[in-house]
Design a binder for this molecule. Sequence first.
Ligand SMILES: Cc1cc2nc3c(=O)[nH]c(=O)nc-3n(C[C@H](O)[C@H](O)[C@H](O)COP(=O)(O)OP(=O)(O)OC[C@H]3O[C@@H](n4cnc5c(N)ncnc54)[C@H](O)[C@@H]3O)c2cc1C
Length: 376
Amino acid sequence: MKKIVILGGGTGGTVVANILARKISREAEITLVNNSPQHIYQPGFLYLALGEILDESKITREEEKLLDRKIRLVIDNAVKIDVQNRMVILSSGKQLEYDYLVISTGSRIVPEEVQGYEASYHFYSLDGARRLYEALERFREGVIAVGIGGIPYKCPPAPAEFCCLLDYYFTKRGIRNKVEIHYLSPLPRTFPHEAVAEAITKMMEKKGIHWHPMFNIESIDPEKKIVNSLEGESLKFDLLVMVPPHRGAEVIEASGLGVDGGWVPVDKHTLQYKDYSEVYAIGDATNLPVSKSGAAAHFEAKIVADRISSEIMGDEPRAMYDGRVLCFCDAGFRKAIYMDFNYERPPKKPRFSYLWYLGKQMVNKFYWSLILKGIV
Ligand SMILES: Cc1cc2nc3c(=O)[nH]c(=O)nc-3n(C[C@H](O)[C@H](O)[C@H](O)COP(=O)(O)OP(=O)(O)OC[C@H]3O[C@@H](n4cnc5c(N)ncnc54)[C@H](O)[C@@H]3O)c2cc1C
């Protein structure tokens, strides 16, 4: 029996484990280690912050219930990965040996890396989204700024999407004319891809959202309520929403596997770590030049499951990741855009439509069943 250990039971880890269990549970023992018994659907944080979801149980499930029964779930924190000896050490002291390892430990947020961060809010954790919801409910008038404290971060369209949803939120409350929304873009445009940026910029201008190019947040003055950029600009705000800086999981740095902030360097097609062909990494944990997104984690999980199962069944592993990402961006008022791109093919100029809004609702709905099982 081969031993497969998957570290991290978020989007990517759950998909890879479920596919492997379907394909090779007779040939391999599959263990998934997650440091929490709970699985959170992170795109739901946006809707929690804006009061569209009030019941948190709608975006959380027990990880155990999402996994095929043939998978062994261990709730523990991995503290060290020893690639030389093919072993993972857990905080309980247990050691797990493996023949194949899949690292899917995602990213962690480090707001404290920005001076004055305590004067800001965010929607990048359950607590953060809850706190932001309360602040927005109290907000009656003034300037709201939405900016970015460091690149890379999860879900590149999320802050622009949040600005559009704020416009919708304050319109519904009947106070849109008393609120100024400012988007502080870290780039010279509103989105990394030019064709998409054109559509988002137009939408923002139509909604009266002010956007500032090249505004990478460097520090915040909590007393004066001023946010300063690395580029030397400043803006006075009444409420600041800052996407916190992101880093790889602590275990990656503790094991000496990470580069540039704790991201695991992998081959962009095979997803293997350096010369260790039995070690794979997927999703936010990697240093791949694709969006840190559930969609990328999901596509990469399918590739890795295919490669490992082929090898265990005695075939040549042939599946290659082509950099595919797909993504919906909700603009409020039941309109959204859709993008589908990969390493070679940039996204086409998208159109806002009700159809793509429904598409996003379908993804939200089928995440727990079809997506996490790796069926779609
Ligand atoms: C507000 C917001 C909106 C988003 N919207 C979208 C969207 O519309 N579309 C989209 O595709 N993506 C979206 N994303 C991004 C998406 O949620 C993530 O990119 C995706 O979850 C990454 O999957 P992953 O498996 O790499 O990591 P995760 O899903 O984060 O899972 C990592 C898991 O590893 C565990 N872990 C970490 N360290 C250890 C350790 N040492 N030991 C054991 N377990 C460990 C964690 O607890 C976690 O369960 C959004 C994210 C946010 C925050």
